[in-house]
Design a protein around this ligand. Sequence first.
Ligand code: SAH
Ligand code: SF4
Length: 357
Amino acid sequence: MSDNLPLVLDLTLPQLQTALEGLDAPGYRAKQLWQGIYRQFWENASEFTNFPKAFREELAEKFRFSALEPIQTLVSADKETVKTLFRLPDGKPVEAVMMKYDQRRTLCISTQSGCAMGCVFCATGQMGFQRNLTSGEIIEQVLFYARMLRESGEQVTNIVIMGMGEPFHNYDATMSAIDRLNHPDGMNLGERRFTISTVGLVPAIQRFTADKRQINLAISLHAANDQKRSALLPINRRYPLTTLIPACREYVEHTHRRITFEWALIEGSNDRSEDAVELANLLKGLLCHVNVIPLNPTKNFDGKATSRSGALAFKEALEAKGIPCTIRLRRGIEISAGCGQLAAPMVNGFGSSVTRV
Ligand code: SAH
Ligand code: SF4
């Protein structure tokens, strides 16, 4: 199949309707095609057995139905976490993770191959920016796991946009992917089931605030003063806390939605009681929640993860100051489920060691 053909997953329903106009097909075919993709999760034209054969052949000549090639899938020992490394048509890597927890089936999906933000502890940041994903390439990660889950009678319940890349650096494609996954004639996943995590691109946060969507917003904070935050997250030099926190307050005031702050606990660096107090003072009066997660070690960063007892002490110090906090588990560590950890070796020239499944 040629990579030059339009990817059907990149199209909105009206765009699909327009694209089919030239073909010898009744008007309702576009919606049938749409439902085949987003409800039946069909992945190539030949599966549309409700269509005449000639039309299926025309579709196959006119569109690509897939852009992601799964090249490695890893399953954690407890089978609760599955991670897949995909190759894009231009050879760039991208990853997505599926996590089972209680009744939830949560996907962690990517919006870029690599990332331009260069956060020092992040495996994706360490591999640099490769390229933006298209909306269809973002969607296909969801369809891949929807098919996998269907085999065991399950379905996707939640989507966190916390995989590779900075979603607000690829704003339009990310929102257009969510719109399509949210579409009532398709997967019909409610906006409240989505969480977008951003490193803190202030103009995009302002745009998101104005959009007034129901999507949950998470901000990767990790430090409560500019000196420390800039050392970990270089983008903080452009959008320091004096611009980021007011943008967060404005979001909450405007949407009345709670905001989540992400905090990777790094031993001796941002996990002491004085760090908790500094954070509590920064967030005072803001409708928010802090998620702490012990650092996931990466190759090019020296920091160590905070111990379980250290994480508990941090949580208690924060809550004593009135800020609710949850300790997140580091899931799927043995399968490098921290995003970027499979793909980074591929970009850095170890692609041949990747096993095919
Ligand atoms: N670019 C977005 C979303 C992808 S990163 C963002 O930065 O928010 C998803 C989350 O994983 C972010 O909170 C990020 O700071 C965190 N993260 C990245 N590398 C990590 C590591 N090695 N250990 C723990 N958390 C990490
Ligand atoms: Fe990019 Fe997020 Fe990683 Fe920072 S933490 S480099 S913004 S993916």
